[in-house]
Design a protein. Sequence first.
Length: 342
Amino acid sequence: MTRTPEESYDAVLVVGFGGPEKKEDVIPFLENVLRGKNVPHARLLHVAEHYYHFDGVSPINQHARDLIAALKPELERRDVNLPIFWGNRNWHPMLPDTLREMQAGGIQRSLALVLSAYSSYSSCRQYLENIQQARLQVGGQAPVVDKVRGFFNHPGFIAANTARIREALEKMTGEQRQGYFLAFTAHSIPLSMAEHCAYQAQLEETARLIATELGLTDGRWGMAYQSRSGRPTDPWLDPDICDYLRQVSGKGIRDVVVHPVGFLSDHMEVIYDLDQEAQEVAAQIGLCMVRSSAVGTHPTFVAMLGELVEERLRQVHERPALGCYTALPDTCPPDCCPNPRG
């Protein structure tokens, strides 16, 4: 008997980056993240200190648990009664172990919600490769995993980010809200990667759409990057957020909201690189810096994830998208987001 579209999937798989949850996890976790990458060992040890500052515990795994807990009733509200599994690229629960669990439970096909909003090798293609590698490890009966479409310009994503910034603005005085500058941040990537993907263009479009919702004109907002790694001599996307804050201060601006639009949760690169390093720079140069939260488990974001699952299950043809770009396709083209290392 032919299966209907709704019956073609029997699980949802949340795919995360993963993070350590105790000090002993930190070095093995970072070795997983950096395996095969041209990153000096000294850089690994430097980043490890960021985790040790928080007793080796990254918030990212708990954020994934919280998101799954919020997503379950959202899917039920949409009459999507599928079990939700969770697997990470770089730390437990690892993707191969999750796929083995799914296989043992009789799961044949699953829809993957990858916790990354933008298109680049690191934020899209590598997730697909890791999923395929995990399936190969599990063997011929491993569940098929199809990724839902990207959502950088989805109305729900724009609305959730905008709401988070408005929450941050409530921490400012009325006078500060009249003249604040909005600095968006995202993880920097090597130029060799950025030149062959839509990462930068998508980030700038997302930022523009959010700024428009907030009624900000040109000159009231901008895009910066953070958390670069690799060799210092290799060019990466810039400006760095700390340098950017200095530039903003040099223009006479005194009140800044920093919004981590490139991240979905307030994990280590947000709470250390922004709340520690960038905040320290802001204090040194006399900026009042307020950091807004990533979308996290905002109800509008969770509802958007539910909508993405539902539109794929039920083959909904209308795909909401705002701005200059159409909705991304269900299946990434074979040549998108190539590995810059070949």
